[in-house]
Design a protein around this ligand. Structure first.
Ligand SMILES: [Fe+2]
Length: 368
């Protein structure tokens, strides 16, 4: 059997189609109309709750009388419970008629759209598909419209969900999870608050610095990562990270960063970030930035660049988030970090447990 780890990539699936450009959202009606037919004419719109108070955007969307519209709360990141609940609602409102799903929002909304699409055609519940290649058949046609840049959720073959019962933060890793269509419209990120914009954008940068520092390398992943990092440097080293030009660049960096981690792995930052999300409920992109503050020993050069971005854009990263936690909470933090074997092996080798002992992991969390 060919060993692709050093030189190549698995048989990768990309997003089928994408439109990029200011005003691209105007194409949505035509794309949807190609999917509507006499048997199935219902579209499910999942919209970030942020837009509930922004009628100027939502009023432009091509709703028909029979469509379903849900505002997705982003207070908490998706859980297997929230996905199952939504799927039940969509089904009870006529799942047999659904011809397309539109997910418009940040990473949580995009991931929810992907999970819903898979569940409507595969049956069962969300936790049945947490893992690798467990989704059997293609989901409902799904369109992703990111309204904040960085997570790469628009490009990846997973949809991250926390299973509160098992404590597992894991997605449906499957070719069927990849969006069929993307609409990348930088005009949609104009209202993103600056701190959120920074945290989210840094997710793209972190994906790529972790991938390039790992041992599972290949020229395809490296090319995506290098280009995305260059774009992030333009955006966050410019002094006006949210200019029209920089928002367009960051939207592309996010997409390329998503492609990068689909062809390689992340490293030490994401497992620690996942620990913070599971135990403290911190959102992924902020948790990454908090974790990054304790990563100097693993990524010295990148740490310095990160600090430069933080200072230049006058961002306040919370500190002391683990102050006052109990021993049992620190143990849970340790467990929910160390469980991410693939990225940790990528970053530190097979013997990563000898580096990340329980006391070392606790010490790092105490620094955040
Ligand atoms: Fe991430």
């Amino acid at each position: 059997m060919t060993n692709l780890l050093d030189t190549g990539i698995r048989n990768a699936r990309n997003v089928d189609r994408y439109i990029f450009g200011q005003g691209a959202i105007g194409e949505l009606a035509d794309i949807i109309n190609l999917r509507r037919n006499t048997q199935k004419d219902q579209v499910v719109f999942l919209i970030d709750e942020y837009f509930e108070v922004c009628p100027s955007i939502v009023d432009q969307l091509p709703f028909e009388a029979n469509d379903q519209l849900y505002y997705v709360s982003t207070q908490d990141e998706p859980t297997t419970f929230s996905v199952d609940k939504l799927t039940d609602e969509v089904m009870s409102n006529g799942d047999g008629d659904v011809c397309a799903i539109v997910g418009m929002g940040g990473g949580s909304v995009l991931d929810t759209a992907k999970a819903l699409s898979n569940l409507l055609t595969n049956g069962g519940c969300a936790s049945d598909y947490q893992g690798w290649d467990l989704v059997k058949v293609p989901g409902v046609f799904k369109i992703g419209i990111p309204t904040i840049s960085g997570t790469g959720a628009e490009a990846t073959r997973t949809c991250v969900m926390t299973n509160k019962e098992s404590g597992l933060k894991l997605g449906m890793n499957s070719d069927h999870t990849v969006f069929d269509q993307l609409i990348l419209d930088p005009g949609l990120t104009v209202t993103v608050p600056r701190t959120q914009y920074f945290f989210s954008g840094m997710d793209a940068w972190i994906h790529c610095i972790e991938a390039l520092s790992g041992s599972y390398r290949n020229p395809v992943g490296d090319a995506f990562s290098t280009q995305a990092i260059d774009l992030c440097r333009d955006v966050f080293g410019d002094g006006n990270m949210r200019s029209d030009r920089n928002r367009a660049k960051l939207m592309v960096a996010s997409y390329l960063g998503g492609c990068a981690i689909a062809t390689s792995y992340v490293g030490v930052v994401h497992p620690f970030s996942a620990g913070l999300s599971v135990v403290l409920g911190l959102h992924h992109c902020e948790a990454n930035c908090i974790a990054m503050m304790a990563m100097e020993s693993f990524y010295p050069k990148e740490y310095r660049e990160f600090i430069k971005f933080v200072e230049m854009n006058e961002i306040n990263i919370r500190s002391g988030v683990c102050e006052g936690l109990s021993d049992s909470q620190f143990n849970t933090l340790f467990q929910s970090t160390i469980v991410h074997e693939k990225p940790l092996t990528n970053a530190l080798g097979d013997e990563f447990r000898t580096v990340l002992t329980e006391s070392r992991v606790r010490e790092l969390f105490e620094r955040m």
